[in-house]
Design a protein around this ligand. Structure first.
Ligand SMILES: C[S@@+](CC[C@H](N)C(=O)[O-])C[C@H]1O[C@@H](n2cnc3c(N)ncnc32)[C@H](O)[C@@H]1O
Length: 230
Protein backbone atom coordinates (compact mmCIF):
# COMPACT_ATOMS: atom_id res chain seq x y z
CA UNK A 1 0.00 0.00 0.00
CA UNK A 2 1.28 3.41 -0.92
CA UNK A 3 0.26 6.87 0.18
CA UNK A 4 -1.55 9.29 -2.07
CA UNK A 5 -2.78 12.53 -0.56
CA UNK A 6 -5.30 14.84 -2.12
CA UNK A 7 -3.56 17.96 -3.42
CA UNK A 8 -6.05 20.12 -1.52
CA UNK A 9 -4.31 18.97 1.63
CA UNK A 10 -1.47 21.34 0.78
CA UNK A 11 -3.63 24.43 0.44
CA UNK A 12 -3.96 25.29 4.07
CA UNK A 13 -1.54 27.98 5.21
CA UNK A 14 -0.65 26.53 8.59
CA UNK A 15 0.26 23.31 6.79
CA UNK A 16 2.66 25.19 4.55
CA UNK A 17 4.32 26.91 7.48
CA UNK A 18 4.65 23.69 9.43
CA UNK A 19 6.06 21.86 6.41
CA UNK A 20 8.61 24.61 5.76
CA UNK A 21 9.69 24.75 9.40
CA UNK A 22 9.87 21.06 10.20
CA UNK A 23 10.95 19.23 7.05
CA UNK A 24 14.51 20.62 7.23
CA UNK A 25 14.84 18.89 10.63
CA UNK A 26 14.34 15.46 9.07
CA UNK A 27 17.45 13.65 7.94
CA UNK A 28 15.66 11.54 5.33
CA UNK A 29 14.47 14.79 3.74
CA UNK A 30 17.76 16.71 3.81
CA UNK A 31 19.60 13.59 2.55
CA UNK A 32 17.22 13.51 -0.43
CA UNK A 33 17.87 17.17 -1.21
CA UNK A 34 21.63 16.58 -1.19
CA UNK A 35 21.29 13.49 -3.37
CA UNK A 36 19.21 15.35 -5.95
CA UNK A 37 21.58 18.30 -5.89
CA UNK A 38 24.52 15.97 -6.55
CA UNK A 39 22.68 14.47 -9.54
CA UNK A 40 21.95 17.94 -10.93
CA UNK A 41 25.71 18.42 -11.13
CA UNK A 42 26.79 21.43 -13.16
CA UNK A 43 23.38 22.22 -14.68
CA UNK A 44 22.53 25.82 -13.82
CA UNK A 45 18.88 26.30 -14.76
CA UNK A 46 16.63 24.21 -12.59
CA UNK A 47 12.89 23.65 -12.61
CA UNK A 48 11.58 22.88 -9.12
CA UNK A 49 8.19 21.51 -10.09
CA UNK A 50 5.77 21.12 -7.18
CA UNK A 51 8.19 23.27 -5.22
CA UNK A 52 5.99 23.52 -2.11
CA UNK A 53 7.36 26.22 0.20
CA UNK A 54 10.57 26.28 -1.85
CA UNK A 55 12.94 24.39 0.42
CA UNK A 56 14.75 22.71 -2.47
CA UNK A 57 14.61 25.85 -4.64
CA UNK A 58 16.37 27.78 -1.91
CA UNK A 59 18.97 25.05 -1.59
CA UNK A 60 19.60 25.39 -5.35
CA UNK A 61 19.79 29.19 -5.11
CA UNK A 62 22.38 28.76 -2.38
CA UNK A 63 24.47 26.83 -4.92
CA UNK A 64 24.24 29.74 -7.40
CA UNK A 65 21.69 28.10 -9.69
CA UNK A 66 18.74 29.83 -11.37
CA UNK A 67 15.37 28.39 -10.46
CA UNK A 68 11.92 28.24 -12.05
CA UNK A 69 9.56 27.13 -9.28
CA UNK A 70 5.97 26.01 -9.88
CA UNK A 71 3.29 24.77 -7.50
CA UNK A 72 -0.49 24.80 -7.54
CA UNK A 73 -0.86 25.61 -3.85
CA UNK A 74 -1.19 29.34 -3.18
CA UNK A 75 -0.53 28.76 0.52
CA UNK A 76 2.76 27.00 -0.21
CA UNK A 77 3.85 29.71 -2.65
CA UNK A 78 2.90 32.54 -0.27
CA UNK A 79 5.12 30.97 2.31
CA UNK A 80 7.90 30.51 -0.22
CA UNK A 81 7.74 34.17 -1.26
CA UNK A 82 7.94 35.30 2.38
CA UNK A 83 11.01 33.18 2.94
CA UNK A 84 12.68 34.44 -0.20
CA UNK A 85 12.35 38.09 0.76
CA UNK A 86 13.80 37.29 4.18
CA UNK A 87 16.83 35.79 2.52
CA UNK A 88 17.36 38.60 -0.02
CA UNK A 89 17.16 36.56 -3.22
CA UNK A 90 16.94 38.62 -6.43
CA UNK A 91 14.16 38.16 -9.04
CA UNK A 92 16.63 37.42 -11.85
CA UNK A 93 17.66 34.26 -10.04
CA UNK A 94 14.19 33.01 -9.27
CA UNK A 95 10.79 32.90 -10.97
CA UNK A 96 7.84 31.55 -8.99
CA UNK A 97 4.59 30.63 -10.71
CA UNK A 98 1.33 29.19 -9.51
CA UNK A 99 0.31 26.47 -11.92
CA UNK A 100 -0.60 22.86 -12.45
CA UNK A 101 2.15 20.51 -13.59
CA UNK A 102 -0.27 19.05 -16.10
CA UNK A 103 0.40 22.25 -18.07
CA UNK A 104 3.73 23.66 -16.93
CA UNK A 105 3.77 27.37 -17.83
CA UNK A 106 7.13 27.20 -19.63
CA UNK A 107 8.36 26.71 -23.19
CA UNK A 108 9.98 23.46 -24.35
CA UNK A 109 13.49 22.83 -22.96
CA UNK A 110 13.34 25.92 -20.72
CA UNK A 111 15.26 24.33 -17.86
CA UNK A 112 18.36 22.16 -17.88
CA UNK A 113 17.18 19.85 -15.09
CA UNK A 114 13.52 19.35 -14.23
CA UNK A 115 13.02 18.15 -10.65
CA UNK A 116 9.72 16.85 -9.28
CA UNK A 117 10.14 15.77 -5.67
CA UNK A 118 7.37 13.94 -3.85
CA UNK A 119 4.38 15.23 -5.78
CA UNK A 120 3.53 12.79 -8.56
CA UNK A 121 1.75 10.45 -6.17
CA UNK A 122 -0.69 13.23 -5.24
CA UNK A 123 -2.14 13.31 -8.72
CA UNK A 124 -4.86 11.48 -10.55
CA UNK A 125 -3.06 11.98 -13.89
CA UNK A 126 0.64 11.44 -13.12
CA UNK A 127 1.43 10.34 -16.69
CA UNK A 128 0.56 13.73 -18.13
CA UNK A 129 2.91 15.34 -15.60
CA UNK A 130 5.81 13.08 -16.58
CA UNK A 131 5.32 14.10 -20.22
CA UNK A 132 5.33 17.77 -19.24
CA UNK A 133 8.57 17.31 -17.28
CA UNK A 134 10.20 15.76 -20.35
CA UNK A 135 8.94 18.59 -22.54
CA UNK A 136 10.38 21.44 -20.42
CA UNK A 137 13.72 19.74 -19.64
CA UNK A 138 16.75 20.12 -21.86
CA UNK A 139 19.12 17.69 -20.15
CA UNK A 140 17.56 15.59 -17.44
CA UNK A 141 14.49 14.82 -15.36
CA UNK A 142 14.64 13.77 -11.70
CA UNK A 143 11.50 12.38 -10.11
CA UNK A 144 11.09 11.08 -6.56
CA UNK A 145 8.13 9.52 -4.81
CA UNK A 146 6.94 6.83 -2.42
CA UNK A 147 7.45 3.19 -3.44
CA UNK A 148 4.47 0.86 -3.82
CA UNK A 149 5.54 -0.83 -0.58
CA UNK A 150 5.71 2.53 1.25
CA UNK A 151 5.44 2.15 5.03
CA UNK A 152 4.41 5.41 6.64
CA UNK A 153 5.36 4.19 10.12
CA UNK A 154 9.04 3.84 9.22
CA UNK A 155 9.24 7.53 8.37
CA UNK A 156 7.09 8.55 11.29
CA UNK A 157 9.35 6.77 13.80
CA UNK A 158 12.46 8.25 12.23
CA UNK A 159 10.87 11.72 12.23
CA UNK A 160 10.06 11.44 15.94
CA UNK A 161 13.69 10.61 16.66
CA UNK A 162 14.98 13.51 14.53
CA UNK A 163 12.59 15.93 16.25
CA UNK A 164 13.66 14.74 19.71
CA UNK A 165 17.27 15.37 18.79
CA UNK A 166 16.62 18.78 17.23
CA UNK A 167 17.46 22.00 18.99
CA UNK A 168 13.98 23.24 18.00
CA UNK A 169 12.33 20.44 19.99
CA UNK A 170 11.32 22.61 22.95
CA UNK A 171 10.71 25.91 21.15
CA UNK A 172 8.53 24.19 18.51
CA UNK A 173 6.91 21.53 20.67
CA UNK A 174 3.32 22.44 19.72
CA UNK A 175 4.09 22.57 16.02
CA UNK A 176 5.91 19.23 16.17
CA UNK A 177 3.00 17.59 18.03
CA UNK A 178 0.57 18.94 15.45
CA UNK A 179 2.77 17.67 12.60
CA UNK A 180 3.05 14.19 14.11
CA UNK A 181 -0.69 14.03 14.86
CA UNK A 182 -1.41 15.16 11.31
CA UNK A 183 0.84 12.42 9.99
CA UNK A 184 -0.96 9.80 12.09
CA UNK A 185 -4.26 11.01 10.62
CA UNK A 186 -2.84 10.87 7.10
CA UNK A 187 -2.53 7.11 7.43
CA UNK A 188 -6.25 6.71 6.98
CA UNK A 189 -6.03 8.43 3.61
CA UNK A 190 -3.56 5.89 2.26
CA UNK A 191 -4.51 4.86 -1.25
CA UNK A 192 -2.70 2.84 -3.87
CA UNK A 193 -0.22 4.94 -5.85
CA UNK A 194 -1.45 5.62 -9.36
CA UNK A 195 1.98 5.16 -10.90
CA UNK A 196 4.78 2.72 -10.21
CA UNK A 197 8.47 3.68 -10.50
CA UNK A 198 8.91 1.19 -13.38
CA UNK A 199 6.17 2.96 -15.27
CA UNK A 200 7.84 6.34 -14.69
CA UNK A 201 10.99 4.88 -16.28
CA UNK A 202 9.03 3.50 -19.26
CA UNK A 203 7.25 6.81 -19.81
CA UNK A 204 10.55 8.70 -19.80
CA UNK A 205 12.06 6.27 -22.31
CA UNK A 206 9.02 6.32 -24.59
CA UNK A 207 8.76 10.11 -24.62
CA UNK A 208 12.15 11.57 -25.40
CA UNK A 209 14.73 10.31 -22.89
CA UNK A 210 17.72 8.40 -24.24
CA UNK A 211 18.14 6.66 -20.89
CA UNK A 212 16.13 6.35 -17.70
CA UNK A 213 16.57 4.29 -14.57
CA UNK A 214 15.51 3.90 -10.98
CA UNK A 215 18.64 5.18 -9.30
CA UNK A 216 18.16 4.16 -5.71
CA UNK A 217 16.07 3.95 -2.62
CA UNK A 218 15.45 7.14 -0.74
CA UNK A 219 13.46 8.01 2.35
CA UNK A 220 14.83 5.13 4.44
CA UNK A 221 14.01 2.65 1.71
CA UNK A 222 10.40 3.86 1.41
CA UNK A 223 10.83 6.02 -1.67
CA UNK A 224 12.38 5.85 -5.14
CA UNK A 225 14.40 8.22 -7.27
CA UNK A 226 14.23 8.06 -11.06
CA UNK A 227 16.58 9.90 -13.42
CA UNK A 228 15.92 10.34 -17.13
CA UNK A 229 18.53 11.76 -19.51
CA UNK A 230 17.54 13.35 -22.81
C1 LIG B 1 4.90 16.75 -0.38
S1 LIG B 1 4.88 18.39 -1.04
C2 LIG B 1 6.50 18.39 -1.76
C3 LIG B 1 7.08 19.78 -1.88
C4 LIG B 1 8.53 19.83 -2.38
N1 LIG B 1 8.70 19.22 -3.70
C5 LIG B 1 9.46 19.19 -1.40
O1 LIG B 1 9.94 18.07 -1.66
O2 LIG B 1 9.68 19.79 -0.34
C6 LIG B 1 3.82 18.20 -2.44
C7 LIG B 1 3.63 19.49 -3.23
O3 LIG B 1 3.23 19.16 -4.56
C8 LIG B 1 2.31 20.13 -5.01
N2 LIG B 1 1.58 19.53 -6.13
C9 LIG B 1 1.00 18.32 -6.16
N3 LIG B 1 0.44 18.11 -7.37
C10 LIG B 1 0.67 19.21 -8.12
C11 LIG B 1 0.31 19.60 -9.45
N4 LIG B 1 -0.38 18.81 -10.25
N5 LIG B 1 0.71 20.81 -9.90
C12 LIG B 1 1.42 21.63 -9.10
N6 LIG B 1 1.78 21.33 -7.82
C13 LIG B 1 1.40 20.13 -7.34
C14 LIG B 1 1.47 20.42 -3.78
O4 LIG B 1 0.77 21.64 -3.89
C15 LIG B 1 2.56 20.44 -2.69
O5 LIG B 1 3.09 21.73 -2.53
Amino acid sequence: MCVRVETEYWNEYQGAKTYATLMPLLKHYTDLQERVLALIGSDCIIGDFACGPGLFSMRCLGEGKRVFAVDKSKAMLDHFKDNVSWRGIFPTQLAIAQGDLKNIPLDDESVETAVCMNALYNNDDPRKIVLELVRVAKNQIIITGPKPSYDHDVLLESSKKDFRESELFYSHKDMISEFLEGNEKLKKYHMPALIEPDEVVSLLLENGCSSAEIKEDIYLGQGYLVVGLK
